[in-house]
Design a protein around this ligand. Structure first.
Ligand code: BGC
Length: 374
């Protein structure tokens, strides 16, 4: 009862503030930092009519803040990140970033395309991870204003032929939009002038209880996937899909992330927690809801809707308390979780996985939606 009253109160307060400035969905921007070469990093913000707002910078197209009201109407920032640009520039474990040209690992940093062997920059033991040494998370993206729509942000990046070892000049676009159905939509497009490979994803670390609130082990997760991809010691999938049934990887019925995370399981040991790709049910390239997560503390729930074949669940296993949160606490292990919609790791070397090849003349076009309720 008290909660309902509070919710009504905050909604009224919010509606009054909207009538006053009449600009709920207005795009705003501010300076956030400067690259060593002088390029100015700006922070852009869009909001919807229900009090949700998202802030993005033109470095890595990084989502720095995502504000969502909880079940009592209090606004929570539900993504991990930093308050200042230097922290993103110097030591960001991919918080909020667009990851590419190839999300996740490519074994030994090599692959064959039309019998030509490509050698990528290796940045993860023997592997190339998330695009190599300077992936799309570490570059300046051009912000292009969408005149007709003040609830979306569009960023573009031109990746050069052989950048990090990938063939083809690639033009990549990412559009973030926020609608009044509480959907944060991420639309990716790309085209190339030469056959290449591509696998883009969004690497936000979520904590639906609030970014500085501790671990996410109590969050209740559902993933509609009968199979997942077990990995070897180098975190490369063995190949074949394996059933999740009777393993800690079964999230078909919603369960707490922490319920099985510490059980004696070789895959959880290798991953130091969950760090695995799930093979989503009914892969057909169409947008569908494939899972959801909910915080029992705030009641904030996030549905995941995607057209991608896989999702990487990463439970912040390498966070070790050395990074300071936005509220000046430490990001300890499991302070956030990532649900990265994508193609399967190492697909260029696994002919049986869905193809990640982009040909000249084709348009890469994919979409993922995080939808919030509270
Ligand atoms: C990978 C992890 C990696 C992390 C980096 C995830 O997508 O699966 O292995 O450590 O990104 O933040």
């Amino acid at each position: 009862m008290f909660n309902t009253l509070l919710k009504v109160f905050f909604t009224l307060l919010f509606l009054i503030s909207c009538t006053n400035n009449n600009s709920v969905s207005k795009l705003s921007m501010s300076d956030f930092g400067k690259m060593p070469n002088g390029e100015i990093i700006k922070k852009f913000k869009i909001s919807n009519a229900n009090g949700i707002s998202v802030e993005v910078i033109n470095y890595g197209a990084i989502i720095t803040n995502l504000f969502v009201p909880d079940s009592s109407g209090l606004i929570k920032d539900i993504v991990l990140g930093f308050n200042d640009f230097n922290s993103y520039y110097q030591n960001n474990p991919y918080f909020g970033a667009i990851v590419g040209r190839y999300g996740n690992r490519i074994s030994n940093g090599t692959f064959l395309l039309d019998d030509v062997k490509y050698e990528l920059k290796k940045n993860n033991g023997p592997n190339s991870l998330h695009g190599g040494l300077v992936g799309f998370d570490k570059v300046f993206w051009k912000f292009i204003e969408q005149k007709s729509d003040n609830q979306s942000l569009y960023f573009e990046y031109h990746s050069k032929h052989m950048e990090e070892g990938f063939p083809g000049n690639l033009v990549v676009g990412v559009e973030y939009s926020l609608n009044d159905s509480n959907e944060l939509k991420i639309k990716y497009t790309a085209s190339t002038d030469k056959k290449t490979i591509i696998n883009l994803t969004q690497h936000s670390y979520f904590n639906l209880s609030g970014e500085s609130s501790g671990d996410i082990l109590d969050h209740v997760l559902n993933i509609n996937a009968a199979y997942y991809l077990p990995v070897n010691e180098n975190m490369i999938p063995h190949g074949p899909y394996e059933k999740v049934e009777s393993t800690p990887f079964d999230f078909n019925n919603p369960k707490k992330i922490g319920l099985d995370i510490f059980v004696d399981d070789i895959q959880l040991k290798i991953g130091n927690g969950y760090d695995h790709c799930f093979v989503l049910d009914n892969i057909d390239g169409k947008l569908k809801k494939i899972g959801s997560v909910e915080s029992p503390v705030t009641g904030i729930k996030m549905d995941i809707i995607t057209d991608q074949p896989g999702i990487q669940l990463y439970t912040g296993n390498f966070l070790d308390g050395s990074l300071e949160s936005k509220e000046k606490k430490q990001y300890e292990k499991h302070s956030g979780f990532c649900l990265e919609t994508q193609h399967f790791p190492n697909s260029p070397n696994q002919k049986e996985y869905p193809s990640v090849i982009l040909n000249k003349g084709e348009v890469y076009n994919t979409e993922t939606i995080y939808k919030f309720s509270y």
